[in-house]
Design a protein around this ligand. Structure first.
Ligand SMILES: *Cc1c(COP(=O)(O)O)cnc(C)c1O
Length: 396
């Protein structure tokens, strides 16, 4: 191993796909992580809504260790107990029930790739259009990127897989677009990467009505919002709608890579044997870890905790009463802070310097997405540190 500083090593050896990392992290426990100089940070980003149980949770550690020592991987020519258990658990938790089916992969983008193929299977010569939202984020692989409503992200990689259109996030645009020529509508219930932007009131309900009327698949991307984060198992439940398909990843196994496409009703009959697959997808190590994490979220009441702690964090942010804060967005423990000035990066840097990890998805938004396990201590520490960060930036 080289003895040169980690930033030099990173710069010399990692593909230039990302900016320079902020810190060199060496361990974590609960909602806390430590860097190579033993500085401690309150992790209120949780690997971007991934570490549902925080870091090094005994349930996670035990599940990975036990399954690794039992059976880690087999080919898709074989099934395993954790795989079936997870498929059945997801059918129950999503509400897909008896008519549901689960496909397993390893990331959010892959779950959306599977959903993209599902949309193609609902196509015909007169039904070819796929509709997604401007500014939505669905991942970085080519199909998921084609769905992503950020032209600057797509353009270097054109041409995209065809047929995808992006519309503004208004009910009027939805009503003007959804008809019998559309095969699928892709939606994020809260646009996370866009800055934690809520859909207009009544949007999901109207989307469900129109898609049902016109035979359009309603595919909800719950990769960031799912698994309890918004104070419901899935954010569509907060809106009282049932989709045709849902994509899940990030928080599903608390940091172990896994993704899933779960279909409901008639959408479960679209894929035929041999039409999709993944070598690692649904292996026993990943699915056993997801089972343990989801089971713990259920047993420990962490969905309810997300709702309660989300309200507490919103109250803390309002109490700071900074003139920089315009609005607080999102649901449960997916929180966006809209700023009056483009100082999100300065605030995120000041928070890090104050021992708090959050992020700035754009110039004027902060994103806060802590582990679902947070309690009174973490809420208080968050308030102290965020207050310090605002004071630092207000003094600039
Ligand atoms: C993170 C994210 C993705 C992509 O997931 P990866 O695991 O990074 O491929 C897709 N959709 C949404 C809403 C996300 O937040």
């Amino acid at each position: 191993m080289s003895s040169s500083p980690w930033k030099n090593r990173f710069d010399e050896s990692l593909m230039r796909t990302m900016g320079m990392p902020l810190r060199f992290l060496v361990r974590g426990e609960g909602a806390w992580v430590w860097d190579d100089e033993d500085n401690r940070y309150l992790d209120f980003l949780a690997g971007i809504a991934v570490n549902s149980l925080g870091h090094a949770h005994p349930v996670f550690v035990e599940a990975v260790s036990r399954q690794a020592a039992t059976l880690a991987h087999v080919s898709n020519y074989f099934s395993t107990p954790p795989q079936l258990e997870l498929a059945e658990r997801l059918k129950r938790l999503t509400g897909a029930g008896d008519g549901g089916r689960a496909y397993f992969c390893n990331s959010g983008a892959e779950a959306n790739e599977a959903a993209f193929k599902l949309a193609r299977l609902n196509s015909s010569p007169t039904r070819r259009r796929i509709v997604a939202l401007e500014n939505a984020f669905h991942g970085r692989t080519m199909g998921a990127l084609a769905l992503t409503g950020k032209p600057a992200m797509r353009e270097p990689f054109d041409p995209m897989p065809g047929g995808v259109e992006h519309i503004p996030s208004t009910i009027e645009a939805l009503e003007a677009t959804i008809d019998d020529s559309v095969s699928a509508l892709f939606l994020e219930p809260v646009k996370g990467e866009a800055g934690v932007i809520d859909l207009p009131p009544g949007y999901l309900k109207r989307a469900r009505e129109l898609t049902e009327q016109h035979g359009v698949l309603l595919i909800i991307d719950e990769i960031q919002t799912g698994v309890g984060r918004t104070g419901a198992w899935f954010a569509y439940m907060n809106a009282g709608v049932v989709p045709d398909a849902v994509t899940i990843a990030k928080g599903m196994a608390g940091g172990f890579p896994i993704g899933s496409l779960v279909t409901f009703g008639w959408a479960s009959d679209l894929f035929r044997r041999g039409q999709h697959g993944s070598t690692f997808g649904g292996n026993p190590l990943a699915t056993a870890t997801a089972n343990a994490v989801l089971n713990h979220i259920e047993e420990a009441g962490l969905v309810e905790n997300a709702l309660v702690r989300g309200e507490q964090l919103r109250a803390v942010i309002r109490e700071i009463d900074s003139p920089l804060v315009e609005e607080v967005r999102g649901q449960g423990l997916l929180i966006g802070v809209g700023l009056r000035e483009p100082v999100a990066q300065q605030l995120s840097d000041a928070a890090l310097a104050s021992g708090l990890i959050i992020n700035a998805p754009n110039d004027s938004s902060l994103r806060i997405a802590p582990p679902l396990i947070i309690g009174d201590d973490e809420v208080r520490e968050f308030g102290n540190r965020l207050r310090k960060a605002f004071a630092l930036v207000e003094a600039l």
